[in-house]
Design a binder for this molecule. Structure first.
Ligand SMILES: Cc1cc2nc3c(=O)[nH]c(=O)nc-3n(C[C@H](O)[C@H](O)[C@H](O)COP(=O)(O)OP(=O)(O)OC[C@H]3O[C@@H](n4cnc5c(N)ncnc54)[C@H](O)[C@@H]3O)c2cc1C
Length: 415
């Protein structure tokens, strides 16, 4: 029997879904029934987005009652149903395998993360979608298509923003397991961070810089390395912080992953532990991608206007993402600097400051994170995505009746 519940709100409560209900099929046959009878439908996964990307003006569907499966197929892992990275990681670690990277938290769904180009950090690390090798996608008639790398839709569907149908299975590339040691440091001067981003972001597997754009006491370099504690941060004056980490105005209370000791990749790459509430919780997030080659100028442009947004900021995080070939990925064909903002959960005030940031970053062909708050008009978004027309054509071919389209896709991509 197909269950139903209220659509509710996003994880942080900043967006209440307009959809009238969430449908909860118990197996793939019931999912096909839901899909084939819906005039319009979007998937609600773990709800860790900060805008209406997952919304619908009719129904949502969740895979949370479908059976889940995580299995190794040669050097790939195949996940079926609503599987999170917290669920997936220990299973493949037990088989001696790993993913190339993880985001700041493992609580999110694999399909939802891939759909929006979710990323961690590292100049050599593509976003999490770049590990996708195949998808099973149920179309609006309830038929399932395997979209692998040989399929014409693949470069569109791997960061598909939910426009291709319901992803019922994802196959990800794995690699041999590895250990990571992480440490967070205060004391690195902003001029060293912004003046030599190649050194700061390129010297460890994954580097994040937390900043409030002015107060050096809040600047924190968080480095994750394969080969023990990195000496480059201490050469720049960095001092390891103790247990009590402050990320700007976010005081992390016993929710971060262990620092100072080596451990399996999935216990160190996310900042936040799987068994605790990540980040602040009462927040909105935005994130913008500029070419890494423009990092110095882009950082200077944001810092110059920081007084305009300081009152709403909890913290910013700077990360890097390696270029990929996925048509509407924020890292499509360019290595990116990702400039992230965690805001107070004040929708009106945050929406009022975002245009200032977007204007400051416009000269750098800025692209927004699909899952986070932004105000850039559709024309500006599309202007930075050279393959957006191919994406739209593929999505229309996959979903000719437009069942999986919503206001977000119409507004931002013209779909
Ligand atoms: C505390 C916190 C930390 C975060 N950290 C990071 C980070 O480190 N890096 C980063 O890049 N982002 C980060 N994000 C953003 C988040 O990872 C992304 O927005 C991601 O898309 C969330 O996935 P979800 O499944 O929770 O979202 P949902 O809102 O449930 O879904 C996201 C999109 O994917 C679609 N979708 C989901 N599942 C399917 C499916 N099975 N088939 C078809 N479409 C589907 C939805 O329709 C929607 O359009 C963070 C968010 C939070 C709240």
């Amino acid at each position: 029997m197909i269950h139903r519940r209220d659509a509710g709100a996003t994880w942080s409560g900043n967006h209440r879904y307009h959809a009238t209900e969430v449908l909860l099929p118990g197996d793939l046959d019931e999912l096909a029934e839901v899909v084939a009878s819906a005039p319009t439908l979007r998937v609600q996964a773990t709800r860790h987005t900060f805008n209406d990307v997952a919304d619908s003006d009719a129904s949502l569907v969740s895979l949370e009652r479908l059976p889940t499966r995580v299995e190794m197929v040669d050097d790939r892992v195949r996940v079926e149903g609503l599987v999170t990275f917290a669920h997936l990681a220990p299973v493949i670690e037990a088989r001696g395998r790993a993913l190339h990277n993880l985001g700041s938290l493992p609580h999110i769904s694999v399909a939802g993360a891939a759909a929006t180009g979710t990323h961690g950090s590292g100049v050599r690390n593509g976003n999490l979608s770049s590990a996708v090798r195949a998808l099973d996608i149920m179309d609006a008639d309830g038929r399932t298509h395997r979209v692998d790398q040989a399929h014409a839709w693949f470069p569109a569907a791997a960061v598909g923003i939910g426009a291709f149908g319901v992803v019922t299975a994802v196959e990800l590339q794995t690699e041999p397991t590895y250990e990571v040691t992480q440490q967070a440091y205060t004391g690195v001067a902003w001029d060293d961070i912004a003046g030599d981003p190649e050194r700061v972001f390129g010297s460890s597997r994954s580097v994040s810089v937390f900043t409030t754009w002015g107060d050096p006491a809040h600047d924190l370099v968080w480095a994750k390395s394969d080969d023990g504690a990195p000496d480059w941060v201490e050469q720049l004056g960095g001092r390891p912080v103790g247990d009590d980490i402050h990320l700007g105005s976010i005081r992390t209370v016993d929710n971060t992953t262990p620092r100072g000791t080596p451990g399996p990749w999935h216990t160190r790459l996310p900042h936040f532990r799987a068994d605790a509430l990540p980040s602040d919780g009462d927040e909105i997030q935005s994130e913008y991608f500029v070419p890494f080659s423009a990092a110095r100028e882009a950082l200077a442009a944001v810092r110059e206007i920081a007084p305009l947004f300081a009152a709403e900021l909890l913290v910013s995080e700077l990360r890097t993402v390696a270029a990929d070939e996925l048509w509407v990925s924020p890292a499509y064909r360019r290595d990116a600097l990702a400039i992230h903002f965690t805001w107070r959960n004040h929708t009106a005030e945050v929406l009022a400051v975002l245009p200032h940031i977007e204007a400051a970053l416009a000269p750098f062909d800025v692209r927004p994170h699909w899952g986070k708050a932004f105000t850039m008009p559709g024309e500006a978004v599309r202007a930075t995505l050279t393959r957006v027309d191919d994406f739209v054509e593929a999505a229309r071919a996959a979903d000719p009746r437009g069942v999986f389209r919503n206001d977000f896709l119409r507004r931002t991509l013209g779909l």
